[in-house]
Design a protein around this ligand. Structure first.
Ligand SMILES: [Zn+2]
Length: 80
């Protein structure tokens, strides 16, 4: 057993690149392995959230079909 430096915590796979990352206060990017992985993952997550937020349901009053409500003068009853 060779003495190795204590990472200070458990080793977890980086969510972004799957490389081992130290999950400990010594790693400020935990659970990521580096700043690049952390910011990259956050960026993807944020853009994804924006897509979900922007998907608004299409709901609008249709002013085109207003002819159905207009009473039209037809043949007056009682006249032949
Ligand atoms: Zn990484």
């Amino acid at each position: 057993m060779a003495s190795r430096p204590d990472p200070g915590g458990p080793i977890v796979p980086c969510p972004a690149c799957r490389k081992p990352a130290v999950f400990a206060p010594t790693n400020r990017w935990r659970p990521f392995c580096s700043e690049r992985c952390k910011t990259g993952d956050l960026g993807a997550w944020a853009s994804n959230a924006y897509v979900i937020e922007g998907a608004a349901p299409e709901e609008a009053s249709d002013p085109i079909d207003d002819s159905a409500e207009i009473p039209r003068p037809t043949h007056p009853p009682g006249r032949a």
